[in-house]
Design a protein around this ligand. Structure first.
Ligand SMILES: [Fe+2]
Length: 300
């Protein structure tokens, strides 16, 4: 399963970028059946060797790529993300997040810098979601970089929605192919209520079963920002989404990433759900990561 670079590719990289010649770039074994791989021997503060950036094989095969032991400023992380496409401006979450041209900060700190547990709030990233599906053009990739972690826990968990789709029975697949999901920010807080007029105006509909634009693999597209199924009664659509979310997040479709400071992890939002895991005392310990989100294409 490991996708090693060939010797000639390593030689090309080493010749083009002398700093890499001292350590061989290695792509490790798959971290779980659901995905994940670690790439070592690469310094992300410098431009990526084109053999790595253009190859994309690790990203498409394993969906989650871990680059351990990185030392990155927020500007360098932004520049890293920009090599893959257009980086989304930060949406103003937390202090320091409104500057453009830097990765923005994800943390459990309040305005005074004290840790606080907001994990149970409907909109928190501790619920299964894909990033910004309520955009007409949602992100293809997210990069998250671990800056400060609790002594234990504070993990991020992923669920492979392509595996989940493939595991559905034929009847269910036929029933859901062609359906469209209505997404909006705040859908998870709505409970049984209808979207407000403002929410309806801001909502977008995407295919419930989307086809990966680069691999052609079909995957479920749903999660915490999904409200209902277009053209179906709210309750009926929400019940279907709830059933499919329970299926998609079964243990065999998951990979749990246990962070180390310096890990930069990229993942594919087009075929994965993810969530932060509240398996530490959020009111006591700080958890700080830097995030960069790269725009994708309109889901089809
Ligand atoms: Fe997220």
């Amino acid at each position: 399963m490991a996708a090693q670079l060939t010797d000639s590719e390593n030689a090309v990289i080493a010749a083009a970028t002398p700093r890499y010649s001292r350590c061989k770039i290695e792509i490790g074994p798959r971290l779980s059946p659901a995905g994940g791989v670690a790439i070592t021997g690469i310094d992300l503060s410098r431009p990526l060797p084109t053999a790595i950036r253009d190859r994309n094989a690790a990203f498409h095969t394993h969906h989650i790529v871990v680059f351990p032991q990185q030392v990155l400023t927020r500007e360098q992380q932004f520049a890293f993300g920009a090599q893959f496409g257009s980086v989304e401006p930060a949406a103003g979450r937390g202090h320091g997040s409104k500057r453009y041209g830097v990765a923005h900060i994800i943390s459990n700190l309040d305005q005074d810098g004290k840790p606080v547990d907001r994990s149970a709030l409907p909109l928190s990233n501790y619920h299964w979601h894909t990033d910004k599906p309520y955009y007409r053009v949602p992100p293809m990739m997210t990069a998250l970089y671990a800056v400060e972690l609790p002594p234990a826990g504070g993990d991020t968990e992923f669920a492979n929605t392509a595996m989940a789709y493939a595991a559905l029975d034929g009847d269910t697949r036929r029933r859901i192919d062609g359906l469209r999901v209505v997404f909006y920010l705040g859908a998870s807080a709505a409970g049984s209520a209808c979207p407000s007029d403002a929410e309806s105006r801001a909502a977008v509909a995407h295919p419930l079963v989307r086809t990966h634009p680069e691999t052609g693999v079909k995957a479920l597209y749903l999660g915490n920002h999904a409200s209902h199924i277009l053209g179906q009664p709210l309750a009926e659509g929400r019940a279907l989404l709830k059933r499919l979310l329970a299926h998609a997040t079964r243990p065999e479709f998951r990979y749990l990433h246990r962070w180390r400071v310096g890990d930069l992890v990229i993942w594919d939002n087009r075929c994965l759900l993810h969530r932060a895991v509240a398996n530490f005392n959020l009111n006591q310990h700080r958890r700080i990561l830097h995030r960069t989100v790269v725009r994708g294409t309109v889901p089809v």
